[in-house]
Design a protein around this ligand. Structure first.
Ligand code: PGA
Length: 256
């Protein structure tokens, strides 16, 4: 089954009006050369409006987080999904490892966020991955299934018809230590197998992204794996030329 590559930039807590404008104009200048790849940028929420207005055609807007609350209300500091929709977001990251590790997001909370996002018409990008300690103790598959099952059990396999999963080994995020082709493909195949255990057709069409020190020099190798359908890019998404070089790797592998 052919799945369109998705290359998403997670800007994390970086950016300024000036830096964003430069980055977006750099992306706009080259976006046509990677026309078969879906591009997405996820700026900090205060920049969603200005970034959304400046985006070139074919580049989707995503948020980095949303409240799990079903309705807006007295939740100081939180951003509701209806607000993200109003500002043109198509996607939203849920359960990024930094949210899990630094802000105490549990599997349960992540599943609630995923559900709220979908209910409001956003496509959740469910981030999952093991820590180095978990990998070294042989618990990778256990952790991946626990994180995925929390969402499957709450929202069902049908919800994965309009969702993206990002496998991001925590030890590879921002460390310069990328998962090898074999490690990445094994984890992706495992995740697709878990989805297929519930519904093979849906599993075949769900996009699975790799994230964790993905760069221009390793993107082609990673994206050529059978079960890798693109990348969630942190550091390298802050430089237009790097982000586009990663997208170009996906473009060269596109069957479209
Ligand atoms: P990185 O981050 O590409 O800087 O490792 C990826 C991510 O956190 O999504």
């Amino acid at each position: 089954m052919t799945r369109q590559y998705l290359v998403a930039g997670n800007w994390k807590m970086n950016g300024s009006l000036k830096a964003n404008a430069e980055l977006l104009s750099g992306i706009a200048a080259q976006a046509a050369t990677v026309a078969d790849v879906e591009l997405m940028v996820c700026p900090p929420s205060v920049y969603l409006d200005s970034v959304g207005r400046a985006l070139s055609a074919g580049v989707a807007l995503g948020a980095q987080n949303l409240s799990e609350q079903a309705k807006p209300g007295a939740f100081t500091g939180e951003v509701h999904g209806t607000m993200l929709v109003e500002f043109g977001c198509r996607y939203v990251l849920v359960g990024h490892s930094e949210r899990r590790a630094l802000y105490g997001e549990t599997d349960q909370r992540v599943a609630e966020k995923y559900q709220t996002a979908q209910t409001l018409g956003l496509i959740p990008v469910l981030c999952i991955g093991e820590t180095l300690e978990e990998r070294e103790s042989g618990a990778t598959e256990l952790v991946l299934s626990r994180q995925l099952d929390a969402v499957l059990d709450r929202c069902g396999i049908a919800s994965f018809q309009s969702a993206v999963v990002a496998y991001e080994p925590v030890w590879a995020i921002g460390t310069g230590k990328t998962a090898s082709r074999e490690q990445a493909q094994a984890a992706h195949a495992f995740l697709r197998g878990l989805l297929a255990g519930r519904d093979a057709k849906i599993a075949g069409s769900t996009r699975l992204l790799y994230g964790g020190s993905c760069r221009p020099d390793n993107a082609h190798e990673l994206f050529s794996c059978a079960d890798i359908d693109g990348g969630l890019i942190g550091g390298a998404s802050l430089k237009a030329s790097d982000f586009l070089a990663i997208a170009a790797a996906a473009q060269s592998l596109s069957k479209a």
